[in-house]
Design a protein around this ligand. Structure first.
Ligand code: NDP
Length: 331
């Protein structure tokens, strides 16, 4: 097998990405050099942060290049190896997603234990999104027992785990918002959120009012949600600014929360964070959250689409709420 397929960025999106911004390319796999592995990717992750990398701007990760393959988290099986440390047949995680096969140094793959959880879990609850949820609630927001937590984007990869971790860590009340009645029911009926609302059904500030005051806001969305949360925060409340997906496709600088001045009178802490800043608590995350996931006390959900050809659609689906839990592409 010498040919494989990968997805390239054909052009930079202006506003909401469209399929024409991407191109599937057939390419030839190079022969392995020493200490390299050939991985057959089995599950690819698509994540909201990838939208930012499609713009040619400086950020905490470099931009994708036009006419070059995109990349991102994925898991797969080693099919060839010239490394003594990684054997053929090993399940691994690495960063060369958006393609069917990857050739990379053995040091760039991380073996994963598929007897603990399916490989896909390492891209979701047991991976970067789960760790983001844990770090945001603990290291960033300093959640304390008995507090009221509000989580936006609550039916997604990070939000669905954050709500359940908050409950396990002793939150008094866990409130979520999501984009459909079906998602809202899932949050309250299956994930144990105390209450949830559909942010498309009415103004966020109005729907959040009955759950106020909020001690900790885990913000995945920004925009109207952030403004509403500031309005309903308790004195000395903490806001973990994780993401602002409502603005990722904006073509003009979106307005900031108009009520930011309330942060003074309420003595709020608004703190942005990037999950990779918190690698010091990675083992604490595995030790604390791993058993909850393994035992099923924390419910994990994945939305799969099948085939490399569906990767773009899966990515675009993040912007329209097509996923419940983690959005993944199964090859
Ligand atoms: P999700 O699984 O939550 O998928 C994205 C979801 O966002 C969609 O399902 C959709 O759900 C919702 N959404 C899309 N557009 C809007 C909108 N305009 N307003 C409100 N909700 C919208 O993604 P992740 O869990 O992977 O990521 C969640 C957030 O966390 C993102 O903002 C992401 O960038 C951020 N993040 C930050 C990290 C960090 O280190 N700081 C690390 C990982 C993620 P719905 O149907 O509810 O609208």
């Amino acid at each position: 097998m010498t040919t494989t397929r990968e997805i390239h960025l054909a052009s930079r999106p202006h506003g909401t990405p469209v399929p024409e911004n991407f191109r599937t390319v057939e390419t030839t796999l190079p022969a392995l050099e020493s200490d390299q592995v050939l991985v057959r990717n089995t599950v690819l992750s698509v994540d909201p942060y990838m939208r930012g990398r499609m713009n040619d701007v400086k950020s905490y990760v470099p931009p994708f290049q036009v006419d070059a393959p995109l990349d991102g988290g994925c898991v797969g099986v080693v099919e060839e190896s010239t490394s003594e440390s990684v054997a053929v047949g090993t399940h691994v995680m690495h960063g060369l997603g958006w393609r069917e096969h990857a050739v990379l140094p053995a040091s760039a793959v991380r073996p994963i234990d598929t007897s603990v959880a399916p490989a896909s879990a390492y891209l979701g609850a047991l991976g970067m999104p789960g760790m983001t949820a844990y770090a945001g609630l603990t290291a960033v927001a300093g959640l304390k027992e008995g507090e009221t937590v509000f989580i936006s984007g609550a039916a997604g990869a990070v939000g669905s785990i954050a709500g359940q971790i908050a409950r396990k860590l002793g939150a008094g009340k866990v409130i979520g918002s999501a984009g459909s009645a079906e998602k809202v029911s899932w949050l309250t009926d299956e994930l144990g959120f105390d209450a949830a609302f559909d942010y498309k059904a009415g103004p966020v500030a109005k729907q959040l009012a009955e759950h106020a005051p909020i001690d900790v806001y885990f913000d995945n969305v920004g925009g109207e949600h952030l403004e509403a949360a500031i309005f309903h925060m308790a004195d000395f409340g903490r806001l973990a600014l994780c993401g602002a997906i409502s603005a990722y496709n904006a073509t003009e600088v979106p307005p900031g929360p108009r009520n930011l001045m309330m942060a003074i009178s309420k003595r709020l802490t608004l703190r942005g964070f990037i999950v990779s800043d918190h690698s010091d608590i990675t083992s604490e995350f595995y030790k604390t959250v791993g058993p909850w996931i393994a035992s099923g006390e924390i419910v994990t959900r994945e939305t799969f689409v099948d085939g490399l050809d569906q990767t773009v659609e899966a990515f675009l689906g993040l912007g329209t709420g097509a996923n419940l839990g983690k959005m993944l592409v199964r090859l």
